[in-house]
Design a protein. Structure first.
Length: 487
């Protein structure tokens, strides 16, 4: 049996070049798997890219080594590895074109360009598969030696069209691509073409393989370096934003009364409040203060939305409510004026639900206004907590000129009043189930006679038990006042 492969300097150099290429590709694949910290899509892309390049190189080597062995089995094998070699070259061109389309930020034209390169890859694959059973692009003689046919140009025609699309994109969208990435793209295009020209004068030494491997690694290095730089900048920005949000959370919390007992010199009542902020800054707030020696103001509110705008809206709302109430205005009048003030220039379209009440300490008589907020719960002495339901007024800052309806209530000695935001009832567990007002009432009534602090801690324990490890998405804010009456 004759062996066609001849040990010549050119063939030995080609084997050395291919071996170097295979080694570089395998190292690049390992580096992508273990040495980078990019998104899954980026890793997947470059793994496919270097695996296609590896398939192209290794199958080219197999074809070289199989050439010259006659026989049907060798014929099947050499046809197979040649087809894989050519298809892999098409996949490389397709992946490169997709990368340019992504980097060029083509906008609405992205689908069109993607469809074009998908179609070209399909055409290229069909041409190569046809050549397996005909002599359309290449053929093997009886010694299984590879020969190009007269229509060999068709084996690379689709890849040439992909290259044409790449060049159009690089020129037309050049402003959308950074200089480093643009240079890497041009090197990947020009270096293999230059190697083909030089190869024609070097006894068919496979310089194109070496040029492709070098330019591919340079391209991958530049792209991943560019992405890493963007990732680090994004991390820095995210860290700065997180720091600012933490500061906003601290500022927000500092605006609320947090020292308890709040009025140690007063025996007529006891009061306790707590806000457990969610991860994202929100707009919940509570407040309580003495209007005068005989009137206690209670506030529970929830601003729509999240983030710094909601926190700022919360602080403004709190100051306005407190200012008007300290001027001796009723809850309904206060919310009417605050509503009109907040509606002025409210370009963010934020609003705030408010439960606002004033309690006469000497008698227990109270007046409350509910602007779209949760229903309060009252526990009568020796009784259980029950929701006090009535028709709400609209939320504050939804529209100008709203009159807010007032409701009278009375606390007797031993009664407790509990108000809260929707973060309590809407606390969610891992099964997407809500804590709900029924569970809230059951938790309140586990030990309804405890102090206001005990009431709130009981509810918080119930929420934590229900929610488990699920993430908290909303602030949980509660206030409880127990009325003892004049001593």
């Amino acid at each position: 049996m004759n062996f066609h492969f001849i040990v010549t300097p050119a063939n030995m150099i080609n084997i050395l070049i291919i071996a170097i290429g295979i080694g570089i590709c395998e190292m690049s694949i390992l580096q992508i798997i273990f040495g980078t910290k990019f998104q899954k899509q980026v890793k997947t892309y470059f793994l496919l890219f270097f695996e296609a390049l590896l398939f192209y190189i290794t199958n080219h080597l197999f074809r070289m080594l199989l050439e010259g062995f006659p026989g049907d089995v060798i014929s099947v094998l050499i046809h197979l590895v040649t087809a894989v070699e050519f298809i892999a070259s098409g996949v490389m061109g397709w992946l490169f074109s997709l990368l340019i389309i992504y980097a060029a930020k083509t906008g609405k034209a992205e689908k069109t360009f993607s469809w074009i390169v998908h179609a070209l890859l399909g055409i290229h694959t069909v041409i190569i598969l046809v050549s397996q059973f005909t002599d359309f692009c290449y053929y093997f003689d009886e010694m299984n030696v590879y020969h190009r046919s007269g229509t060999y140009i068709f084996s690379n025609l689709a890849i040439m069209f992909m290259l044409f699309v790449d060049i159009i994109l690089l020129f037309h969208y050049r402003k959308n691509i950074s200089k480093r990435v643009k240079l890497a793209f041009w090197i990947y295009i020009i270096l293999p073409l230059l190697a083909i020209v030089i190869q024609s004068f070097t006894n068919d030494i496979q310089l194109i393989i070496l040029a492709t491997v070098i330019s591919a690694n340079f391209l991958a290095g530049v792209i991943t370096g560019d992405l890493l730089e963007k990732y680090e900048k994004q991390q820095e920005k995210s860290s700065r934003i997180e720091t600012e949000l933490n500061m906003a959370t601290d500022i927000q919390a500092s605006q609320l009364p947090r020292l308890f007992p709040a009025f140690p010199q007063r025996d007529e009542f006891d009061i306790y409040a707590q806000m457990v902020p969610a991860k994202e800054v929100g707009g919940d707030f509570y407040d309580f203060f003495l209007m005068d020696e005989d009137h206690m103001v209670l506030v529970m509110a929830d601003v729509s939305g999240k983030g710094v705008p909601a926190a700022l809206f919360m602080m403004i709302s709190r100051v306005l409510i407190k200012t008007h109430m300290q001027n001796g205005e009723s809850p309904g009048e206060t919310l009417r004026k605050v509503n009109d003030q907040l509606c002025e220039g409210n370009e963010t379209n934020l609003f705030v639900t408010v439960w606002l009440a004033v309690v006469e300490i000497s008698t227990g008589k109270g007046i409350a206004t509910n602007a779209g907020h949760e229903h309060p719960a009252i526990c009568r002495a020796d009784g259980k907590f029950e929701l006090i339901t009535y028709r709400h007024s609209p939320a504050v800052a939804t529209m100008e000129g709203i009159n807010f309806k007032e409701h009278e209530f009375k606390l007797s000695p031993g009664d407790s009043l509990f108000v809260y935001t929707d973060g309590v009832a809407e606390a969610t567990n891992s099964k997407e189930e809500l804590f709900g007002t029924e569970r809230m009432l059951n938790t309140l009534n586990r030990n309804p006679g405890v102090s206001p602090k005990g009431v709130i801690l009981n509810v918080m324990d119930g929420i934590n038990e229900f929610v488990g490890d699920a993430e908290q998405f909303d602030d949980i804010t509660m206030l409880c006042m127990k009325y003892y009456g004049p001593q």
